[in-house]
Design a protein around this ligand. Structure first.
Ligand SMILES: Nc1ncnc2c1ncn2[C@@H]1O[C@H](COP(=O)(O)OP(=O)(O)O)[C@@H](O)[C@H]1O
Ligand SMILES: [Mg+2]
Length: 384
């Protein structure tokens, strides 16, 4: 962020929950969204993202808790009295008004007559100046999306809420719009709270990501921190892909933890293991697919000393352009994932090939084994 950080405009949720009858959609939630940040609420469908956003907007009443904007308690305010605007997935543009008038709507409703200067500035911001006189149906999905953003920003909200705003766009356009929205946010400097089920989208755009699961925030942090240091199996599996290897702690003296897994010994940094795991017993050792290297078993002697090793057999390989994704069956895991960057094309690692997987011990993280190892593994339903 290049903008100066003022803390006076943070969005602060304290003990905010939402129940529908006996069903709790959002568990009591404490959350601070720093002023001027691009904040993402990330989670699978049904985890309570929209409900949380609607409570901030005032479109849904919180069952418990308070919502502050800076020092001001806005919990009881109706939506139109909150300095907050929402961009919905459906855009909800007015079909009979042209683009300029769609954008001007908020000003007109407040009785402001001379809107041209502000509308032009907004058209410039979203780079739609040439299309001001078109109707919404004459625009592409991405252009309509930008109109929806301009129409919200013209009201100068302190906070812009975006609920899966790119969900209706195809993948390439979505990537483009992610960069576009980020540029706009940097330019206007106001707080964006963005809801998405797409982990790549959240990581691309947000300064801070809150990963939600079952009505709770499981972990919150900068994208790289969450990715490198997940604290739960859900976060490890939902944010990218993790290999989680079950093992027994043999020793935790000094800076390393030594784990017995799959008939061998693996080590990982003690600093990357929760305290609950270092006193012995079960542990999950996590290692990301791109941190693992593959060597044909016949060349195993060439692997540098000090690396963790697991032997296995390739069961599947998919060439996807930037990398090749391998699935390896091993005593440490039935389907370990390895991503190898496509620098030199390799031809030998076909299904059936005997291999050694190896990695720098510092790249592994530990997780409490007392969790569902498959939590957050993307199902077809989540991907929809
Ligand atoms: N008006 C409502 N009445 C009853 N249940 C609701 C209502 N709105 C949402 N829910 C439920 O609350 C949960 C969270 O919904 P939502 O916040 O929309 O999830 P998300 O946006 O993360 O997909 C879901 O199980 C949903 O079915
Ligand atoms: Mg939703």
């Amino acid at each position: 962020m290049t903008q100066q950080r003022h803390t006076g405009g943070d969005v602060r949720l304290t003990g905010v929950s939402k129940t529908y009858g006996s069903f709790t959609a959002v568990q009591p939630l404490d959350l601070t969204v720093p002023e001027g940040s691009f904040f993402a609420l990330l989670g699978a469908s049904g985890c309570g993202k929209t409900t949380t956003l609607r409570m901030i907007a005032g479109l849904e009443e919180a069952t418990t808790g308070t919502i502050h904007l800076g020092d001001k308690d806005i919990t009881g305010l109706p939506p139109h009295r909150r300095p907050v605007n929402t961009v919905f997935q459906s855009y909800a543009l007015f079909p009979h008004l042209d683009i300029a008038e769609n954008i001007a709507f908020g000003l007109r409703r407040r009785g402001i007559r001379s809107v041209k200067k502000q509308v032009d500035a907004m058209l410039d911001l979203v780079e739609l100046g040439d299309l001001a006189r078109r109707r919404p149906h004459q625009l592409s999905g991405g252009q309509q999306q930008r109109v929806a953003v301009a129409r919200a920003l013209i009201n100068h909200p302190r906070v812009l809420l975006l609920d899966e705003p790119l969900g209706a766009l195809d993948l390439k356009l979505r990537r483009q719009m992610q960069l576009e929205l980020k540029r706009i946010q940097t330019e206007v400097g106001i707080t964006f709270v963005h809801v998405t089920h797409d982990q790549e989208e959240a990581m691309t755009m947000a300064d801070t990501v809150a990963v939600m699961n079952g009505g709770r925030v499981e972990q919150l942090g900068a994208p790289a921190d969450l990715y490198e240091n997940p604290r739960t199996t859900f976060v490890a599996n939902f944010l990218g892909t993790s290999n989680l290897i079950e093992g027994d702690v043999l020793a935790a003296a000094g800076v390393d933890v030594v784990v017995s897994a799959g008939g061998g010994e693996l080590t990982l940094p003690r600093a990357r293991c929760p305290d609950s795991t270092t006193s012995g017993g079960r542990i999950l050792l996590g290692i990301r697919p791109e941190k693992i290297a593959l060597t044909p078993a016949a060349d195993a002697h060439a692997i540098a000393a000090g690396r963790n090793r697991v032997t296995g057999r390739v069961v599947d390989s998919s060439f996807i352009g930037v990398c090749t994704q391998y699935v390896v069956e091993s005593p440490a895991g039935a389907a370990l994932q390895v991503y190898e960057q496509n620098v030199e094309r390799r031809t030998g690692l076909v299904p059936g090939a005997e291999v050694v997987l190896h990695w720098n011990p510092d790249h592994a993280f530990g997780l409490d084994a007392d969790q569902d190892i498959a939590a957050g593994v993307k199902s077809m339903e989540d991907a929809a």
